[in-house]
Design a protein around this ligand. Structure first.
Ligand SMILES: C[S@@+](CC[C@H](N)C(=O)[O-])C[C@H]1O[C@@H](n2cnc3c(N)ncnc32)[C@H](O)[C@@H]1O
Length: 346
């Protein structure tokens, strides 16, 4: 085995977490992703990683067919389990997390922890998971395996991502050292202007295609969008009568048909960021929604990151919106690297 720290990225999606792990100097030895289109996107960028399909089928034996590793040797088991069941929308509606089978997938992380005994574990999810019984149960399972665990909510904007994005981060270390989560970087947030203000510059073919992928607005919507004030305005500036009928009845969803502000961080990029009817996803001054390329950059992906363009806007947008923004993931991985230095190797 080389000296590089090793990591496994469960629930790999299009590879945001893997990108951050690699930038922090980890060698990602395996991933797992059940959606074919996400695997396709992942492998366009991380060709050398073996990606299993269903996390539930991974065993130490199967893993060893691709990478010889003994229990206790893996440095980091990292995972972003699906989070739809714990989303803020449910919390806003005061609903309990859905009894969704996907919510149980977090226990695949503890199952694999038992089998692989990694030196550290990182889990990212929506803050709603903090108030769910599954996180307590998961934590108890890790403690029984000899891990010390900590968790908290961090904001991607404090870690070099031009976007507000609150996420639960859990870190576990096997042994006698108490883990910590990183403190916000002292730097100011990166703005929308700094990220997408110069587009279009000369884009390569892939980037140009992604930049052309946007939601077409109907004539009626476009006419209203033109009147939403530039640079941070919202549909409320239109007055009640000019809002779409469905919005006239509701005071909620304040950001719908809002514009991003040039000199602030972006609102949270979601899998629907291509669609201005789903949030503050209008360009700061052009009368259109965000392109997929802009969403990708606001998620902190490198400018030359590749995504399949034949899937259609909705599917590719969901790969982007569900990702762990690479700079945010990188900051967690760099922090864990430091923690690992004080932990004996088995
Ligand atoms: C929050 S996204 C992961 C984002 C990814 N870590 C990134 O940074 O781009 C969760 C992913 O888990 C995948 N998934 C759901 N069930 C799975 C399973 N049983 N095995 C593997 N992947 C699964 C989903 O298809 C989805 O892409």
């Amino acid at each position: 085995m080389s000296n590089a720290l090793t990591a496994i990225d469960l629930f790999s999606g299009c590879g945001g977490l893997t990108e951050g792990l690699k930038q922090a100097g980890f060698t990602v030895i395996a991933g797992a992703e059940i959606r074919a289109e996400a695997r396709q996107a992942y492998l366009m960028n991380h060709k050398k990683v073996h990606v299993f399909e269903d996390v539930r089928t991974i065993t130490l034996e199967r893993l060893s067919e691709y990478y010889l590793i003994k229990p206790g040797e893996l440095d980091l088991l990292a995972a972003c389990p699906p989070c739809q069941g714990f989303s803020t929308l449910r919390t806003l509606n005061r609903l309990k997390p859905a009894d969704d089978d996907r919510n149980k997938l977090i226990f695949q992380v503890s199952r694999l922890a038992e089998e692989l005994l990694p030196r550290s574990i990182l889990v990212e999810n929506v803050p709603g998971l903090l108030h769910d019984w599954r996180i307590d149960n998961f934590q108890r399972r890790l403690k029984k395996l000899g891990y010390r665990v900590t968790k908290g909510v961090l904001n991607a904007k404090d870690f070099g991502v031009p976007q507000r994005r609150r996420r639960m981060i859990l870190v576990a270390l096997r042994g006698d050292i108490d883990p910590t989560i990183p403190k916000p970087l002292a730097k100011r947030g990166i703005t929308v202007r700094e990220t997408i203000g110069n587009l279009p510059v000369l884009l390569d073919e892939m980037a140009a295609k992604l930049h052309s992928m946007r939601q077409q607005l109907s004539a009626g919507v476009l006419e209203r969008v033109k009147d939403v004030p530039k640079d941070g305005g919202s549909r409320h500036h239109l007055g009640r009568e000019r809002q779409l009928q469905c919005h006239q009845e509701s005071d909620g969803f304040k950001d719908v048909y809002g514009r991003l502000s040039w000199d602030k961080v972006s609102s949270t990029i979601t899998r629907f960021s291509h669609n201005p009817s789903k949030g503050r996803f209008l360009h700061p001054e052009e009368d259109r929604g965000l392109s997929l390329y802009e969403s990708m950059l606001l998620q902190g992906f490198p400018t030359d990151y590749k995504l399949p363009t034949s899937l259609g806007t909705l599917k590719t947008s969901s790969l982007i919106g569900e990702a762990f923004p690479p700079p945010f993931a990188r900051a967690q991985a760099e922090h864990i690297k430091v923690l690992l230095e004080s932990l004996p190797k088995s």
